[in-house]
Design a binder for this molecule. Structure first.
Ligand code: GAP
Length: 445
């Protein structure tokens, strides 16, 4: 197995080679910390989102889905505290023209003299720290003045808060209930990096769960446990996951309690998902800034009125994708040859099964095509490949994380059987061609 420092390099290279992830606008030299998901990446990402949506919305009666707009009324971000508080303190160096986050100066390298120790900027000319807002600003309509200024949302959460009453009323939901969203968010991060770990454009999967005050601690514990269970259901190794509690200094202005689920990435233990008890901060602020009552009236006891507390679970799609990729990456020796295999959980694997005619003659391609059509008809994402030696084709499939490869060989056409190769065990089994779809469906379950 690679050591951790070159693992990221190998992963980035594999992601490009196999069509998982490309640098955005690469032919123009790339855009800083923005990435494009290629043909395999987009399937992996869709599988992550589908697994989240299934567990958070489809399998529950107490959570509703929502897709709020990215552009919201600018007052939303005043109410949420983002206009005044969503900032990083920055220090500029007038000598090197570099920009540092004030809280990371101690570990930052001087770009002019990288041979110096981290944090050594002694003859550099540094400015005082200045606050820099992380929201992307643009203009709505043709006039570019301050009255037309609008933000790209830095989180999906606010779209759920401002729709609290719309969702509760239209769906006749009673507290406790939640609103789930998957959608893009934008942050003008100062120190992005580590591939898709911290990017300026990313996608979030967030749940806002509204509860009666006083029941929030219990719900908080419930969601913490649920979220950890979900991550492990994706096949991510439990020993690489842990909870990390935010101490009083690290708590966000709105939070009563916060835990991160961390994953041990090659660059260390890092936040993967956040579970927050946001109290009634958000709805109270929206009530104040919009002038609209955000109170919930209990339909059974109409004297019981309160502003609900919110337990939030928030995770980036890219973080799940990165953790799944890192966790899946394995190098091993097979019959004297090195192979790289992505042991992605079959639920996440972009392509579930490949169909390979051993050679391009003797009726093998025709039989393989018929088999692939039957996978298509069953809604199983499959891939047909007849180019190169069978060994080379297997290696490509291993890197793509395809759990099963079906080979149509000389015996197949006469005996109506195929071989199924298991990506992880390398075990090969001969099964009837007629039952192949059922067989693969069973293995995928
Ligand atoms: N609504 C609460 C909220 O947005 P957050 O901790 O700032 O909380 C939630 O973000 C999750 O979104 C993080 O745990 C992370 O998975 C993801 N995320 C945040 N900033 C990101 C970035 N710049 N790039 C990729 N993912 C990010």
């Amino acid at each position: 197995m690679s050591n951790s420092s070159d693992l990221m390099e190998k992963l980035v290279s594999l992601c490009k080679r196999r069509g998982f992830i490309f640098q955005s606008s690469e032919i123009y030299g790339g855009t800083g910390s923005v990435w494009d998901y290629g043909p395999l990446g987009v399937e992996l990402q869709r599988n992550v989102k589908e697994a989240w949506w299934r567990s958070m919305v489809l399998e529950r009666d107490d959570v509703e889905g929502l897709d709020a707009a990215i552009l919201m009324h600018p007052r939303v971000w005043e109410a949420s505290g983002h206009v005044s508080g969503f900032t990083d303190p920055l220090i500029d160096c007038r000598t090197c023209k570099a920009r540092f986050r004030a809280d990371q100066m101690e570990s930052a390298l001087c770009p002019r003299k990288p041979s110096r120790k981290p944090g050594e900027h002694t003859d550099c000319e540094l400015t005082e720290p200045r606050l820099f807002n992380l929201m992307f600003k643009t203009f709505m309509g043709p006039v570019e003045d301050s009255a037309a200024a609008i933000y790209l949302r830095p989180e999906t959460a606010q779209g759920s808060y401002v729709n609290f009453h719309n969702v509760a009323t239209s769906m006749r939901q009673r507290v406790p209930f939640g609103i789930a969203q998957i959608g893009k968010a934008f942050r003008n991060e100062i120190t992005p990096g580590n591939f898709i770990f911290r990017t300026r454009e990313f996608e979030q999967m967030e749940l806002q769960f509204f509860v009666e005050p006083g029941t929030d601690d219990e719900w908080f514990e419930y969601w913490k446990a649920q979220r950890m269970e979900w991550v492990t259901s994706l096949g991510i190794r439990p020993e690489k996951l842990r909870f990390d509690e935010h101490g009083p200094d690290a708590l966000a202005h709105y939070a009563k309690a916060a835990f991160d689920i961390q994953y041990e990435f090659p660059f260390g233990w890092q936040e993967f998902e956040g579970v927050h008890n946001r109290t009634d901060f958000d709805l109270r602020r929206h009530q104040e800034y919009s002038g609209r009552k955000q109170e919930y009236v209990d339909p059974v006891d109409r004297n019981k009125r309160y502003i609900p507390y919110v337990v939030e679970t928030a995770v980036g799609v890219g973080r799940v994708v990165l953790a799944a990729l890192v966790d899946a990456y394995h190098e091993e020796e097979v019959e004297g040859e090195q192979r790289v295999v992505m042991r992605l959980h079959p639920r996440l694997a972009p392509v579930k099964v490949a169909v390979l005619p051993l050679v391009k003659k003797d009726g093998m391609p025709e039989m393989a095509e018929r088999i692939q059509k039957s996978f298509r008809a069953a809604g199983i994402n499959s891939f047909y490949d007849d180019s190169g030696s069978i060994g080379k084709r297997y290696r490509r499939l291993d890197e793509a994380g395809t759990p099963f490869a079906i080979t149509v060989d000389g015996e197949s056409t006469s005996a109506n059987t195929v071989t199924v190769r298991d990506r992880d065990t390398l075990h090969q089994e001969r099964v009837s061609a007629d039952g192949i779809v059922e067989y693969i469906l069973g293995r995928l379950r």
